[in-house]
Design a protein around this ligand. Sequence first.
Ligand code: NAD
Ligand code: GLY
Length: 370
Amino acid sequence: MTRALDPLPALPVTTPGGSYDIVIGRGALADPRAWLGLPAAQQAVIVSNVAVAPLYAQALQQALAPHYAQVSLLPLPDGEEHKTWETLNLVFDHLLGSGCDRKTVLFALGGGVIGDMTGFAAACYMRGVPFVQVPTTLLAQVDSSVGGKTAINHPRGKNMIGAFHQPQRVVCDLATLDTLPARELAAGLAEVIKYGPIADAAFLDWIEAKLPALLARDEAALAYAIRRSCEIKAWVVGQDERETGLRAILNFGHTFGHAIEAGLGYGQWLHGEAVACGMLMASDLSARLGLVPAAFGERMRALLERSGLPTRAPALGSTRLLELMRVDKKAEGGEIRFVLIEAPGRAVVAPAPDALVREVIECHSEAIAS
Ligand code: NAD
Ligand code: GLY
């Protein structure tokens, strides 16, 4: 008698826009069980980039071959600076040029840049086709592949053009992290750390204790960090898919961080690096507003520094950063709204006086050369 294979460990995500599983495991990419039950189609298209495709596209093509008559590969240019209309158009050119119909399934193989762009292309092509997230960075495995936010950047603001479009599945292969550069691993840790202050004080304690193991890519530590992060994200987006309220807490550190990225020019600092510095600023702002003791900011600084993440913003000036922050998606009528910490594990979204925000920026930025 043949015994059914144990299913791969999976976490459910349930939203009005779609329910799906996050599959997490070493070797998931080559595991046939990861690819069962996806929407049927003649064609599948793997959207990746020139750095990731040579590493993992062949394995994915082989895994998908039993399910689709045609599996094509589109390697896009690599980098945040290519998260643009021009690159998005390359996806549409490929889909139309290959005769892809409205059942075609897109597979996003790469980090958050590829995931966000492929998801947006899937939301738009023929008014919406299915897509699957195959995240290969820590950041994408713990955050960007889950929850259905898709976007490209605009020179005036990060992720300003986009759509909500939930994937059909998220397949995280832990083995892909073996080839991730250390700087990218640290950037991903910034988004892992984020979940502690906003939602789970015990997880923050755990990250502090396990940081050496995480930095050494200990498999069990990384697997737990990814699973717990995905659980928290699934819990949040399950309650507020479209960010009418609660979901905004996932943007802890992002109001400052997005402004740093846009101000410097996309691709100078990694997204996770900008978020790290932004989390320190938002923690300090929370303390200056009397929500948490100043010691909380120092706790965050120590953890971010131990993670190899930047804690001083570049010399952009508080006037420029404030101007960029007013374009933030959480801003209402030009009033910037910040994700603030009330206690480890509890966040609130609120405005803050410009003068205080300036103080925070100046305290945590390099001085502008006179
Ligand atoms: P990224 O996609 O640019 O990937 C980082 C770098 O690592 C790239 O050079 C990439 O080619 C390379 N890479 C990817 N996987 C690799 C691997 N396994 N081995 C070796 N190299 C590999 O950056 P990211 O940090 O993954 O994602 C950042 C993006 O995610 C930002 O654009 C951000 O706005 C977005 N984001 C979106 C959400 C969301 O909810 N949609 C959430 C957080 C971040
Ligand atoms: N990373 C923010 C969100 O998904 O809402």
